[in-house]
Design a protein around this ligand. Structure first.
Ligand SMILES: [Mg+2]
Length: 377
């Protein structure tokens, strides 16, 4: 049993959940001599990072071709060794390893006839609540309240909404508008639903602003505030956490165990965002989750790209009590709904353990991949 090819495929696609912005992912297709194919993905986000990652995957393919696809941990470690210089502390090298690792787990499962969740040892949850994870785009708060109700109409158990995003919502910039918005959303979705606010990179609150804003949001019982002070600000997060009621979420920009360890040591984060398409794949993801679980904190999959990362994220979310829910994009989009024969869905607001289908349990459609292939920088 041998791997015979490794093909990086940068893709570009319009994202309806992000005001039709063009977004970028690097996929990888790994094929073995048994005719099995494994798919991986990393969430590069920008076109230049996409091509750089594809070049790294191309270079790393010499460590993969000819290897037994069952021995994916050995390959993961060999790639880590190779990255010692250009991947220290993370960066684009982590994207390349992430995509390769996800594809290798998929391939391993297809060769063994086991689902990823079976290979990871099985679920600890019977089901997980599903929520909508979207961006607000409209200038009218009543209209956004209507949209929130639409998002939740299929039974989703709450919503996380991004501030500081594209479109006309203008959220994250003015105290009164933000508070009015959060209040309107709470009224629209009801007291029993989860409500989280996620600050985009464009929002640069200082500590005092964050405290004032989050205390006001607390009046409407938000469940958590995500990245209100960016990726790294232990002092600010310590202050905010001591003065607010909701949970503090961040971490999604870290690359590996060392990054998450650094945040855990500060004791300032309740909910850790983690993306297998960034944190050295499923292998990296599970290492991080075990640390978060032992610190009795919450882990939350940052699965906002393709069905490949979502499938990996759902499986890992079922392996640990640290996970409490799973996020779905509210609007149909190419990388979730066109890419695979059976899009991943919740059932009346619940997601169930993905067992029974080998590997990631999804079937990627080659023609769709070709349709979105990124040809030029
Ligand atoms: Mg986020």
């Amino acid at each position: 049993m041998k791997i015979i090819s490794v093909e990086p495929i940068p893709v570009a696609y319009p994202e309806p959940n992000d005001f039709q912005a063009e977004r970028y992912l690097c996929l990888v297709k790994i094929t073995d001599d048994q005719g099995n194919v494994g798919w991986g993905e990393c969430i590069t986000q920008f076109k230049e990072a996409n091509f750089a990652t594809a070049a790294l995957i191309d270079g790393l393919s010499e460590l993969i071709i000819g290897k037994n696809p069952i021995l994916n941990n050995s390959i993961w470690n060999e790639i880590k060794e190779r990255m010692w210089w250009y991947g220290y502390r993370g960066g684009i090298a982590s994207y390349a390893l992430s995509a390769i690792d996800i594809a290798l787990w998929d391939l391993r499962g297809k060769n063994l006839g086991l689902s990823l969740l079976e290979m990871l040892g099985g679920p600890v949850h019977e089901k997980l609540p599903a929520i909508a994870s979207g961006h607000a785009h409209d200038s009218s708060i009543p209209k956004m309240a209507e949209q929130a109700q639409e998002w939740l109409s299929a039974g989703l158990q709450g919503m996380k909404v991004g501030f500081g995003k594209r479109g006309d919502a203008h959220l994250g910039y003015e105290h009164d508008r933000d508070v009015e918005y959060v209040h309107a959303m709470r009224e629209a979705i009801g007291a029993d639903k989860k409500l989280m606010i996620d600050l985009g990179y464009a929002i640069k609150w200082d500590i005092a602003t964050a405290v004032k804003r989050v205390q006001a949001f607390d009046e409407d019982n938000i469940d958590w505030i995500e990245e209100p002070l960016g990726a790294w600000n232990p002092e600010g997060y310590r202050t905010l956490r001591s003065k607010s009621k909701c949970l503090i979420a961040y971490g999604e920009r870290e690359w590996n165990v060392a990054g998450y360890e650094a945040i855990l040591e500060t004791g300032t984060c309740d909910v850790f965002g983690i993306d297998p398409g960034r944190v050295e794949g499923i292998t990296g993801f599970t290492k991080i989750v075990s640390r978060i679980e032992s610190h009795r904190r919450t882990a939350n999959a940052h699965a906002w790209s393709s069905a490949i990362v979502s499938a990996a994220s759902i499986a890992v979310s079922f392996t640990s009590s640290a996970f409490k829910l799973f996020e779905f994009k509210p609007l149909p989009n190419p990388m979730q709904n066109e890419l695979v024969t059976q899009p991943l869905e919740h059932v009346d607001g619940w997601v169930y353990p993905p067992l029974g289908k080998p590997g990631l349990g999804i079937e990627v459609i080659d023609e769709v991949v070709d349709r979105y292939r990124q040809i030029k920088l």
